[in-house]
Design a protein around this ligand. Structure first.
Ligand code: PMP
Length: 363
C-alpha cells in the first residue's frame, strides 16, 4: 500500500531512546532540542494583539512583504545580499521545499557527518544519495575533508553552523575556504544557520557573504523560543526560491499568519539575555566532562558531542538511561556509533546532576 519512499526513512534510533525514556519517572533530561526558556513577553503580547485584531487569514504564499523586507534589511546590516526571500514553516519547512525542488534520483548531496537528523532522511526521501563527509574527531569541515567526496553528480553541500549535534561553529576563515572550494566546482551551498544567536567564542559567520550560490535557511524557533509557532525563512538565488514558493503554494500554503507578525517584532528585539546564559551552561558541561570524556568544546548551539567511553554510543546511552539520565546516541546523527549528544538547554542544577551521573559511569 505504501509508496517506496516511506521505506526510505528509518526512525528506529530515536524511537528506541524514547521507548526507554518512557519508563523513567522523572529523568534528568539532557536530550531536548529547544531552548529551556519561555517565549519572550513582548512576543506573547504581539501574538495576543494580532489574534484580537483578527489577523487569522492566509497570508500570501511567499510571506508578508513587511517581514520579507525586514529580513533583507537585517542581512544588509551584515553585508549579505540575496536575490529572493520567502517565509517558511520553520527551517524544517524550508528544508523540505529546498529538497523537493533540488534533489532527485542520481543526485549526490554532501552532508558533513555528524549531521542534523533531517538532512539524511530528506535527501533519501527525494531518491537522492547522501554522501557523508567525515569530520571526526574535531568536527570541523575542511576542504581536505570535502575533496574526494565531490564528483559530477554532486548537487549541493548541506552546511550547518553552529552545528546540531556537535556545537561546532565554523569561523569566517574556514567558511571562506569552503566557499572557494564550492566556487571552483559551481556547487550549491545550503546553509542552515538556525543557531546563529547561540555563538560563544567568535562572531557568527555566514558563507553567503562570500558565496552568492548559497541558500540560507534560518528561523525563529531557537533564538526566540518559538519552536511551536513554526516560523522560518529561505533566502538565496531567485531560481531556487521561486520554485520553493510554487511548491509551498500546493503544500504548506503559507507560514502561520500570527507567527509572521511575531517574527517582525522579534527582528527588532535585542538578543535575549537568556541566550547569554547558555555560554555559562556550555562551560558547566564542558568543564564538568573534560576530565573523564574525550570531548570537543562547543562554540555554539546548545549541544555537546562527547565520545562514549568504550566507543559504543548506544551502549553508553543505555547505561545512562538506566541511571535516569536521558541523552541521545551519536548514531542518530552520524554513520558512526561512537559518541552521544547532550543538550545543555536545561537548568544549571539539572546539568550538574546529569554530569555527575555520566562521570560516575566511567571507570
Ligand atoms: N536545523 C537544525 C540544525 C535544527 O537543529 C533544527 C531543530 N532541531 C531545525 C533545523 C528545524 O527547526 P525548525 O523547523 O523549528 O525551524
Amino acid at each position: 500500500m505504501l509508496a517506496k519512499r516511506a521505506g526510505q526513512i528509518d526512525s528506529s534510533g530515536i524511537r528506541k531512546v524514547f521507548d526507554l525514556a518512557q519508563k523513567l519517572e522523572n529523568p534528568i533530561n539532557l536530550s531536548i532540542g529547544q531552548p529551556d526558556f519561555d517565549l519572550p513577553a513582548e512576543l506573547k503580547e504581539e501574538a495576543k494583539k494580532w489574534i484580537d485584531a483578527g489577523f487569522s487569514k492566509y497570508t500570501v504564499t511567499q510571506g508578508t512583504q513587511e517581514l520579507r523586507d525586514k529580513i533583507r534589511e537585517k542581512y544588509r546590516e551584515h553585508r549579505i545580499e540575496f536575490e529572493e526571500v520567502m517565509i517558511t514553516c520553520g527551517v524544517s519547512g524550508g528544508l523540505v521545499l529546498a529538497a523537493m525542488v533540488l534533489f532527485e534520483e542520481g543526485d549526490e548531496v554532501l552532508i558533513p557527518d555528524p549531521y542534523f537528523v533531517m538532512y539524511k532522511h530528506l535527501v533519501r526521501l527525494m531518491g537522492a544519495t547522501p554522501v557523508y563527509v567525515d569530520t571526526y574527531p574535531d568536527f570541523r569541515l575542511t576542504v581536505e575533508r570535502l575533496e574526494g567526496r565531490f564528483n559530477r553528480r554532486t548537487k549541493a553541500l548541506l552546511l550547518n553552523s553552529p552545528s546540531n549535534p556537535t556545537g561546532v561553529s565554523l569561523t569566517e576563515d574556514e567558511q571562506k575556504k569552503i566557499a572557494e572550494f564550492a566556487r571552483h566546482r559551481d556547487l550549491l551551498v545550503i546553509f542552515d544557520e538556525i543557531y546563529e544567536s547561540f555563538n560563544y567564542d567568535f562572531p557568527h559567520a555566514n558563507i553567503a557573504r562570500f558565496y552568492p550560490k548559497t541558500l540560507i535557511l534560518h528561523g525563529f524557533s531557537k533564538s526566540h523560543a518559538m519552536t511551536g509557532w513554526r516560523l522560518g525563512f529561505a533566502a538565496g538565488p531567485k531560481l531556487i526560491v521561486n520554485e520553493m514558493i510554487k511548491i509551498q503554494q500546493y503544500s504548506f500554503v503559507c507560514a502561520p499568519s500570527i507567527a509572521q507578525k511575531m517574527g517582525l517584532a522579534a527582528l527588532d528585539m535585542a538578543p535575549d539575555e537568556r541566550i547569554a546564559d547558555y555560554r555559562r551552561k556550555r562551560d558547566i558541561v564542558y568543564e564538568g566532562l573534560k576530565e573523564k570524556f574525550n570531548v570537543v568544546k562547543p562554540n555554539g548551539a546548545f549541544y555537546v558531542f562527547p565520545e562514549a567511553p568504550g566507543g559504543d554510543g548506544e551502549e553508553f546511552v543505555r547505561r545512562a538511561i538506566e541511571n535516569n539520565v536521558l541523552i541521545i546516541p551519536g548514531n542518530v546523527f552520524s554513520e558512526k556509533n561512537t559518541h552521544f549528544r547532550i543538550s545543555f538547554a536545561a537548568e544549571d542544577d539539572v546539568l550538574r546532576k546529569g554530569i555527575e551521573v555520566l562521570n560516575s559511569l566511567v571507570q
